[in-house]
Design a binder for this molecule. Structure first.
Ligand SMILES: NC(=O)c1ccc[n+]([C@@H]2O[C@H](COP(=O)([O-])OP(=O)(O)OC[C@H]3O[C@@H](n4cnc5c(N)ncnc54)[C@H](OP(=O)(O)O)[C@@H]3O)[C@@H](O)[C@H]2O)c1
Length: 314
């Protein structure tokens, strides 16, 4: 099978296409023929060198990727839930490795969810790490409900564009930041108030928020605390800086949450239901064939992606 191998950490040239054997499965594993993978900033960070890289590079075939959709090819003897031909998607292997930048991947039952009737492989693959992050952050930590006032940063990106939709689904009033060119897109997702981060100070426009969902980190933690009411919740997700959030929020009389996603099948099934009803609509701005994985990474690391970028296998 074709796979994108990471030879060493660094720039995109270290991602190389190679023909390798289709992986063998154990009795409790499932072999899936990949249809679509979606890419995330964490893969760019792993390619460049982070806490995952060292372990990944020790593998015989270091392959990036966690998000994918596909068709079950073969199941191990102990598998009861899935059979060959089933259409599935999920966050594969996380927080271990999913190796979804390849024509086949191996998954455990707990990491696969059925793709609902009428949902495309592209939309399913896109609604994985980014979608579950927004869902868990806003539901479990933000505890969004009717009339919660929430500010969502980077509302036009992978996580943010799901965040706006979930926030509206939970009944919240949504303030959203992105650059002006993305205003129509973000308002169409459901944002009630739009703030252009290039020309406006969000902490002056959005005040007395119950919750801020910070997808930028760094000094956005400090500025976001100015938007919160006393006792409000700041959820910060970029792992490079979110260690600071608890202490800073406490000093400001708020609650800080350093978020990390839980790979949870129940939440993936909830996402699948919202995809089926059309309440959740992924936006895929670009699609690259696996052979062009370097171009896809280059595009994502510019930091201006609208919605999601996906990788197709055929
Ligand atoms: N801890 C976890 O479990 C977890 C899970 C998922 C993601 N993350 C992290 O969360 C971050 C966001 O991920 P993502 O997939 O949403 O990234 P993304 O898709 O690359 O985000 C791109 C978007 O960010 C917007 N943006 C850039 N700078 C901005 C600013 N200063 N203010 C407002 N919007 C801005 C861009 O809009 P413009 O083009 O208009 O600038 C663009 O639409 C990443 O650091 C990722 O690693 C963490």
């Amino acid at each position: 099978m074709k796979a994108a191998i990471l030879k060493k950490t660094g720039d995109v040239d270290h991602l190389t296409m190679k023909n390798i054997p289709i992986p063998e499965i154990k009795e409790n594993e499932i072999l899936v023929k990949t249809k679509v993978a979606s890419i995330n900033p964490i893969e760019v960070k792993t390619r460049k060198g982070n806490r995952f890289s060292k372990e990944l590079l020790q593998d015989e075939y270091p392959i990036l990727g966690w998000d994918a959709s596909g068709v079950v090819e073969k199941v191990g003897e102990k598998i009861t839930e899935f059979k060959p031909g089933d259409k599935v998607f999920g966050i594969i292997g996380f927080p271990g490795f999913g190796k979804t930048y390849a024509e086949y991947f191996v998954a455990e039952e707990k990491h696969l969810t059925y793709i609902p009737e009428g949902v495309s492989f592209e939309d399913a693959a896109a609604s994985t790490i980014a979608a579950i992050t927004a869902y868990q952050a806003l539901k479990d930590f933000g505890k969004l409900e009717s009339n919660t006032k929430v500010l969502i940063h980077a509302a036009s990106g992978g996580v943010g564009h799901y965040g706006v939709q979930f926030a509206k689904h939970f009944g919240a009033e949504v303030w959203a930041t992105a650059s002006g060119s993305k205003e129509d897109f973000v308002r169409d997702l459901g944002a009630d108030h739009f703030i252009d981060y290039k020309t406006q100070k969000f902490e002056e426009e959005a005040q007395n928020m119950d919750v801020v969902f910070d997808l930028i980190g760094g000094d956005y933690i400090d500025h976001s605390l100015k938007s919160l009411k006393k006792g409000g919740v700041l959820i910060s997700i970029p792992s490079a800086t979110n260690e600071e959030v608890e202490e800073k929020a406490e000093n400001a009389g708020c609650v800080g949450v350093r978020f990390s996603l839980k790979n949870n099948k129940k939440d993936m099934q909830a996402i699948a239901r919202l995809l089926k009803t059309g309440e959740l609509k992924p936006f895929i701005s670009e699609s690259f064939p696996l052979d062009e994985i370097r171009e896809a990474h280059k595009e994502l690391e510019k930091g201006h992606t609208k919605g999601k970028i996906v990788i197709t296998m055929e």
